[in-house]
Ligand binder design. Structure first.
Ligand SMILES: [Zn+2]
Length: 418
């Protein structure tokens, strides 16, 4: 057995336990453990209790003590359940053009848009992609993110999608965060594909899906359902094939027009992400299902669009996760804390709802049941912030970052040393 470690004293530990997976939550539902210590071993939490009590209990045992000085609060490691951080190039030109009033179509005609990133990503070597992923993952780590989902979707051929997914797998092996990879070959119909959308999608499902299974590159399939991407009738056979093969399904849904969330519910997807255009019909449908609704405020901020109706989703009884959507086109910021806090302000979410959206509810969107909460048996993934009151974290709208991050019981970030 690995050595037991006790860390403390912590002014407050917010374990995120005892809260429902779905629906609105009030701040009074947040448990707060005061003057606490966390005892962990083998990467897992053993106990969270009064620091004094734990320190006395372990006095004669061979326990490593990490004694903190000053005020600290502790939150679970954050889970960012939707990103596109594997890419080549930059789309700074798109940003300038969009803000100068150019339309999506005009930007695409002048060489911008997703297709631009596809070309830059195809040009990049796997090694260059890994370097880019790790550089961006470091930024997420400084925000307290300890688990991050990463999509492919800028390769758009069997070979290039494989290159991306292999890069994500190798980044996971090289960097202490957990990376969850998702195949987004159904991002758009590649312009150089000789055939229609259905032909492209069957080629991907026939030639790429079996390799993903065999090489354990991904267990998740994502699709962009939108005008200009894929429609319902094109995507359904593709998703049926994915479901048959045992992939978890997630959908880019209702970003500019509705339709995607209905498909997500029909296919029992783990999550439907975006939902900026969802109306009360879609919100109702999602709330009645087990599908997690994921808001991506970074995309709203990047595009200058309205936010996902997070308040309505929660009030209807839906499960709300919040993710960064970090990508080169619409969401280059990649700052989950800032974006979640802003969504909270704009949509009038309680701190409990925002924190749930980036911890256990986001973990559920990735089907991970071992993280997003702090209690015995869960991963020792946690963030310490230099304050006596956890409400300071969201109040500072992302300007206040964790000082210390633990991943599976190992110190992986210390602000004072970096
Ligand atoms: Zn996305």
């Amino acid at each position: 057995m690995e050595q037991l470690t006790l860390i403390g004293p912590l002014n407050q530990v917010i374990p995120m336990t005892g809260m429902p997976i779905k629906g609105a939550v009030s701040d009074s539902q947040l448990r707060i453990i005061e003057n606490a210590g966390i005892l962990f071993a083998d990467g897992l939490i053993k106990t969270i209790d009064s620091y004094k009590k734990l320190a006395t209990e372990v006095k004669d045992l061979n326990v490593k003590l990490i004694q903190l000085e000053g005020n600290h609060i502790c939150l679970p490691g954050f889970v960012d359940s939707h990103t596109h951080i594997c890419f080549g190039g930059s789309r700074a030109r798109d940003y300038a053009m969009r803000n100068a009033g150019k339309t999506y179509l005009e930007i695409a005609e002048e060489g911008g848009g997703i297709w631009d990133t596809v070309q830059q990503t195809r040009k990049a070597t796997k090694k260059e992609l890994i370097k880019g992923i790790i550089k961006r993952a470091k930024q997420h780590l400084r925000n307290g993110v300890t688990t991050i989902e990463v999509k492919s979707g800028y390769g758009l051929t069997v070979k290039e999608e494989l290159k991306m997914l292999q890069a994500i797998k190798e980044a996971d092996e090289q960097f202490p965060l957990d990376f969850v990879s998702t195949c987004l070959a159904a991002h758009m119909l590649p312009r150089d594909f000789n055939g229609n959308s259905s032909e492209y999608l069957s080629e991907i499902s026939e030639q790429l899906f079996p390799v993903l299974k065999k090489e354990k590159l991904s267990n998740r399939v994502d699709a962009f359902i939108e005008k200009g991407a894929f429609n319902k009738s094109e995507i359904e056979p593709y998703l049926s094939k994915a479901a048959e093969m045992g992939f978890d399904i997630t959908i880019h849904a209702d970003q500019f027009s509705v339709g995607g969330s209905e498909v997500a519910v029909k296919f029992n997807a783990v999550s439907a992400d975006h939902l900026e255009a969802s109306t009360s019909n879609e919100i109702e449908l999602l709330a009645k299902s087990e599908v997690i609704s994921t808001a991506l405020p970074g995309a709203s901020l990047g595009l200058g669009c309205s936010f996902t109706p997070a308040r309505e989703i929660l009030d209807a009884g839906g499960a709300l996760a919040i993710a960064s959507d970090h990508n080169p086109g619409s969401a280059p910021m990649g700052d989950l804390l800032t974006q979640s806090a802003i969504l909270g302000t704009m949509q009038k979410l309680t701190n409990a709802e925002v924190l749930a959206g980036i911890t256990f509810r986001a973990a559920a969107a990735l089907k991970l049941q071992d993280r997003g909460k702090l209690e015995a048996g869960y991963l020792a993934d946690f963030n310490l912030f230099h304050t006596a009151n956890f409400n300071e974290v969201l109040y500072n709208q992302g300007a206040f970052k964790p000082c210390i991050v633990y991943k599976k019981g190992k110190l992986i970030y210390n602000k004072h040393n970096s």
